[in-house]
Design a protein around this ligand. Sequence first.
Ligand SMILES: Nc1ncnc2c1ncn2[C@@H]1O[C@H](COP(=O)(O)OP(=O)(O)OP(=O)(O)O)[C@@H](O)[C@H]1O
Ligand SMILES: [Mg+2]
Length: 264
Amino acid sequence: MTRLLFEAPEVRAAARRPQIRLYGVRRVYPGRGVTALAGIDLAIGRGEFLAVVGPSGSGKSTLLHLLGALDRPTSGDIYIDGTSLRSVRNLAAFRLCTVGFVFQFHHLLPVLTAVENVEVPLLALGVPRARRRARALDLLARVGLLARAHHRPAELSGGESQRVAVARALANDPPIILADEPTGELDSQTAAEVMAVLGDLHAEGRTLVVATHNAEVAAAAERIVVLRDGRIAEERKRETARIVEEGRREAGRVVGERRPEAER
Ligand SMILES: Nc1ncnc2c1ncn2[C@@H]1O[C@H](COP(=O)(O)OP(=O)(O)OP(=O)(O)O)[C@@H](O)[C@H]1O
Ligand SMILES: [Mg+2]
């Protein structure tokens, strides 16, 4: 008897297989001997939107840095798409193809224009100049900032800078987006705009992990992990149907409010 491919149990299992797995991850900062993460076991599904919350100093940024291969655990291991980060020699190269990072203070290079900032990761990949420019302009259009392409960061608002940072995180088309307090410095309207852009990326199937103090941002996630003293203190999951419904409503509202690029 023929079996439809998508019905095969192994195919369904593969669709659910976690993209990121952490086993007993500890991070002790030497010198002062701070244990920032004290043994984290966690699986993050492909295409999941996960919020990491917890008090200041609970280890959120440390966790994101480890997930983004910006730092290595003191012990334990992280697997991304089945690859142990311990086995990766060149973390920078791995990072470039796998994750896009959005930082709290956006970390744009002040001497470069918005479009040049978005081009930086493409430069690292050796993409030729004309293709780099075309892709960076596409990405700026996507976050509604084509009209600001040649502004330097000092000539942009906080929300605009953060949207440039999102465009830069997307330059290499990474499957995983990590955002550390992406709305930290923004007013609620601007924060909603940045979250709408991140929500679109999740809707496209990217895995999204956001560390945040903002209850509204956390409420938009499918699952919330609460850190306390470097440990997972609690996990909360939202009901899928409600997420999809609310996501649609929210996307419609925010997109509807956005001014067309031509009017700017
Ligand atoms: N480079 C470092 N050297 C030593 N200790 C550090 C370093 N970075 C962070 N820590 C400590 O590790 C702990 C976790 O820090 P982390 O930045 O991960 O917290 P956080 O949850 O992101 O906090 P916040 O909400 O304030 O951003 C804190 O106690 C912090 O002081
Ligand atoms: Mg932090």
